[in-house]
Design a binder for this molecule. Sequence first.
Ligand code: EPU
Length: 416
Amino acid sequence: MDKIVIKGGRRLQGAVAVSGSKNAALPILFSSLLTDGVSSYTNVPELRDIDSTRQLLTHLGARVETEGHAMRVDARGLCTHEAPYDLVRKMRASVLALGPLVARLKRARVSLPGGCAIGARPINLHLKALAALGAEIRLEHGYVTATAGRLRGAEITFDTVTVTGTENILMAAVLAEGTTVLRNAAREPEVVALADVLSRMGADISGAGTSEITVRGVAALRPVAAEIIPDRIETGTFMVAAALTGGPVEIVGCEPRHVAAVVDKLREAGADIRVGERSITVTGPPRIAGIDIQTQPYPGFPTDMQAQFMVLMSVADGVGVVAETIFENRFIHVSELRRMGADIRVSGNTATVRGVRRLSGAPVMATDLRASACLVLAGLVAENTTEVQRVYHLDRGYEALEKKFAALGADIVRRR
Ligand code: EPU
């Protein structure tokens, strides 16, 4: 199995281009199922999760062609409404097939995703909302089956903010009869990106980006040509790498508005940050200051950046407190960081990090994407060699991460 080997201590400098957003591309690719036509997308990142999506779309009968970062999905000949366990277990976001399949085919059978390393991650809110739109929901043999005539618009209030839940119901509601109002909807840029694409397909959506989204159902949608927005979590990960190792690093092709909370916190930690229209330049301070973060739904500080910030605090001058409020078990990186010499204590959903002068390289691994990215960052500043194993987690969501870091001057290679 591949591993990433890093010799720490190099200063990263130069420019790095951000890839397309994984979490925007996934729902948008599934939205292609809503049309009886051929949609095309550009700036699609080359990632394992995108490949899993391609496999699922193909299984459903779509014809998918990929060329570099371009993808065409011909959804004319769908042949099944079932997303099987073998495909869903590889990627829980496969549950995003549910909304479009019920809306287009009037039925869907999708394997229930299990829990994952970061939490139980139920989909009860997706199902409750689909039921409110008139779908009959049955759970049996590890699958959820949803059947409906034409879905009917409804007023839905999500009990908690759910990103893929909001996206799934948006995709179901666009073809429903009548008006749907989603309250306590997720405001993430990925939801807005999906709503933009759906609108260009002919959907009638207002309020995306606020917590109340109104969808007036239409009879049919047309295929679309769309570009995937830049990945804000990859952007943030490079920003942290620059702050940790010195920089300056210019992150190009990003969307600065989407990382405002991360910019604020990095400035608080002492980093110098210049924000351009589509670029951000980060220079690290001589010694990072300890800061506190609390993860929140957008526009708050993203849970997907929590692990990376913990590396910053591990080598900060002072104490930082991290409160994780979105997922119940998103501290899996803590024990690995401790093995590298970090001083972190966890109590419930709060971690207290006392900065140390230096981390020490070690063989490490993590069972989650962002935790794996955090270990790569730790390796960049640790003494001696760090080997990050189970790289397939990284490959789910970061395109050519080690190549991008190497081009900035890191001593990093992938070994097979
Ligand atoms: N929740 C429920 N019931 C539901 C849905 C969610 O209780 O029906 C709970 C979850 O268990 C969690 C909270 O609500 O405690 C928020 O979960 P959410 O549904 O927002 O997460 P998600 O949609 O499954 C997306 C991203 C995650 C990101 C979270 C939070 C995608 C494909 N995934 O997950 O990204 O962490 O939102 O921002 O968009 C990643 O990229 O590494 C990643 C995990």
